[in-house]
Unconditional design. Structure first.
Length: 240
């Protein structure tokens, strides 16, 4: 079913962007570039030195190197990406998924530099893009959440302590994570210790943020989503 709520009329004279920078690589960057071409919008690709000849760099109208091969020094390098935006004159950034797509600090940086982020604003992202913060918001709203520890787990010893309080098995998750990265299931103390270390490393390299949370592992869960899309004018559509 589809439910549409409109608070304000959509402005008919809203202008499309002339140039968009895609802060990603691979197939998602290629898909965004194709959409830009259909809309008559120029595209800017970014790449690490290892991806210099990748397909997305060839498809885009412009390409800018943002650093060496490690993601933390290139696709997660906010200053380098901002430099690419200023150099090319891009008016907006499409984040794709992963990397900086759920990084509130990146969105705030763009806002401060009058660059549009194609996605939620920094306030909304701070509340819902971070798993720890979103669980706190949901709990205050009376939404049922998975039992766990509502805070940052500082080290593996605290992780073991919290796991015992929650009860095994537990799930260790990257607070800034997405796409299944930075997640480990643990059935005992040693697995918690190992899982904490591995999840922390993966979260740091993938998202530039190694904060972890821990919660009860749900075996054979049912995944139910309600998609809600809103714009800056107050128009909102939900589908389920």
């Amino acid at each position: 079913a589809r439910y549409v709520h409109t608070s304000f009329p959509t402005l008919a004279n809203d202008k499309l962007f002339d140039k968009i920078l895609i802060a990603n690589r691979g197939e998602i960057a290629c898909r965004v570039i194709k959409s830009c071409k259909r809309l008559g919008i120029k595209s800017v690709a970014i790449f690490s030195e290892a991806d210099r000849y990748a397909l997305h760099t060839k498809m885009a109208d412009e390409s800018v190197c943002v650093g060496p091969p490690p993601s933390g020094e290139s696709y997660l390098n906010m200053d380098a990406i901002l430099g690419a935006i200023k150099t090319t004159g891009a008016q907006a950034v499409h984040p794709g998924y992963g990397f900086l797509s759920e990084n509130m600090h990146f969105v705030k940086l763009l806002e401060d530099n009058n660059v549009v982020f194609i996605g939620p604003n920094s306030y909304s992202m701070q509340a819902m893009g971070d798993k720890i913060e979103s669980k706190i918001v949901a709990k205050k709203a009376g939404v049922n959440i998975i039992p766990g520890y509502d805070g940052v787990v500082k080290d593996d010893e605290e992780a073991i302590k919290r796991a015992k309080e929650i009860g095994y098995p537990v799930m260790i998750k990257a607070s800034a994570g997405g796409g299944g990265k930075g997640m480990r299931i643990a059935w005992n103390d040693q697995e918690v210790r190992d899982g904490f270390r591995l999840s922390s490393q993966e979260a740091k390299s993938s998202f530039g943020d190694d904060r972890l949370l821990i919660e009860k592992f749900i075996n054979n869960p049912r995944h139910i989503e309600i998609q809600v899309v809103g714009d800056k004018h107050g128009n909102c559509v939900s589908e389920y």
